[in-house]
Design a protein around this ligand. Structure first.
Ligand code: ADP
Ligand code: ASP
Ligand code: MG
Length: 420
């Protein structure tokens, strides 16, 4: 018997029929004697609708009230699933974040979980009850208000609950049957990875593969929690109940790299289309200039990603190019204009039509030539590279957004990842 956390994303609970399907997955586990806590997302499209209503009400809204609104989506699903489970003869009860409680930081809209009291849920699981828990939300104890964890945050709720319950496995059910070498909706030849290391998954998630929220992978890695990605669209009866000695039969396991026997040089390719590039032209080239540009951006909580500094032909000036998230572009431009006094004179150019493509693999640590292969493959397709960043296990390039899909498909094939 195992303690299993099962998380179901928005498309898996999009309507009552799909919630019935989810209930059958849960029943399979409970009937096999596993203790089950279920974490649910809002029904597909609901969170987007709630966010758009908040924005329509006021673009400059209070973050606490944003959370009061957007956290409701998960409450609906949890109640509906508990009702459906009861209707097929299971003991089930729904739980919202504050009832457990799941405590968070006060950063409304992007809160982090600070603690989970798993005692009552454990007690209920011991009596054979299924706990259905709202993902994406917790309670910020200082003001006693509901806080949400950022988009895609139910994955993080699931892993955190699995850690608090000392679960044997955290199964993330979604609309694809595992983690693929790249987004299978863009590259039909993408292959499912039977296993992927925490480190690689962390890079893939943070570089754009939204199959798992980045923070959920971080939490799993720190706590050595085994996470498995599975499809809720596989017929519930066609799947075996979770057994710790047979986890590998299906889906993708996110685990320690030592558990992966055959590792590839490149295991995955990720892309982000929502990038924006900013260039400050002819900034005076003297000590402290970078800090005068990036200091105000940091103070404004704007995350800067790639940075390139190039000296202009006169030797006295520099061009500073960097990237930020596309949605942060207006705030970035405003912040720079406000800091013009400190930075000195400059012209500014910006473009939101850029994409970041990354190749990821732990094998890069011990193999040379991975970057060269990437650059020549892109050159052969006439794709210009605007910026490059690297780390031990990834190389990212910034390119014109119009070529994003061509670049992903080309690299997927060049690194031998295409399915036969
Ligand atoms: P959920 O609503 O279940 O949380 P998401 O939409 O957040 O589901 O994540 C699943 C989606 O992630 C898939 O439909 C797929 O298009 C996308 N995706 C991006 N990169 C990958 C990848 N490398 N492997 C699998 N899916 C990926
Ligand atoms: N419902 C939330 C969202 O759409 C959380 C989640 O699905 O993970 O972002
Ligand atoms: Mg998701």
């Amino acid at each position: 018997m195992a303690v299993v956390v099962m998380k179901f994303g928005g498309t898996s609970v999009a309507n009552i029929e799909r919630i019935r399907n989810v209930a059958r997955h849960v029943k399979r586990e409970a009937d096999a004697g596993n203790q089950v806590a279920v974490v649910v997302s809002a029904m597909a499209g609901v969170t987007n609708q709630l966010v758009s209503w908040v924005r329509e009400a006021s673009l400059l809204h209070d973050a606490r009230e944003y959370d009061a609104v957007v956290a409701t989506g998960e409450q609906v699903t949890a109640g509906l699933l508990a009702i459906t489970l009861q209707s097929i003869g299971l003991q089930a009860r729904s739980w919202q974040g504050w009832q457990i409680p799941i405590t968070t930081t006060p950063a409304h809209g992007a809160a982090r979980i600070t603690g989970i009291d798993g005692a009552e849920i454990r007690r209920r699981l011991d009596t054979g009850e299924v706990a259905v828990i709202t993902g994406f939300q917790g309670i910020e104890p200082d003001r006693n208000r509901i806080a949400t964890l950022g988009r895609g945050g139910s994955d993080t709720s699931a892993v955190a609950i699995a850690v608090a319950l000392k679960a044997d496995v955290c199964d993330i059910y979604t609309d694809v049957d595992g983690v693929y070498t790249t987004d299978p909706r863009i590259v039909p030849k993408a292959r499912r990875l039977p296993k992927v290391s925490y480190e690689e998954m962390l890079e893939m998630a943070s570089l754009g593969s939204k199959v798992l929220q980045t923070r959920s992978v971080e939490l799993a890695m720190v706590n050595r929690m085994t996470v498995r990605v599975l499809s809720s669209f596989t017929a519930p009866e066609a799947m075996e109940p979770a057994r710790m000695d047979r986890l590998e039969d299906i889906g993708t396991i996110v685990c320690d790299e030592d558990e992966i026997v055959e590792s590839q040089v490149v295991s995955g390719i990720a892309y982000v289309k929502d990038e924006a590039k900013v260039t400050l032209i002819k900034v005076e080239d003297k000590p402290g200039v970078a800090s005068r540009i990036f200091g105000p951006l940091a103070d404004a909580n704007i995350n800067v990603d790639m940075i390139i500094q190039s000296v202009t032909p006169d030797g006295m000036h520099t061009d500073m190019t960097f990237t930020v998230q596309g949605s942060e572009l207006p705030r970035t431009l405003e912040t720079l204009k406000a800091a013009k006094k400190e930075i000195g004179d400059f012209e500014i150019q910006s473009s939101a039509d850029v994409a970041k493509i990354s190749v990821i693999g732990i094998g890069m640590r011990s193999h040379a030539g991975v970057a060269a292969k990437m650059f020549s493959a892109l050159a052969a397709k006439g794709i210009n590279i605007l910026a490059i960043t690297t780390s031990e296990i990834k190389i990212s390039v910034l390119i014109d957004a119009a070529y994003a899909e061509l670049a992903v498909r080309t690299l997927h094939s060049v690194y031998g990842l295409d399915a036969d």
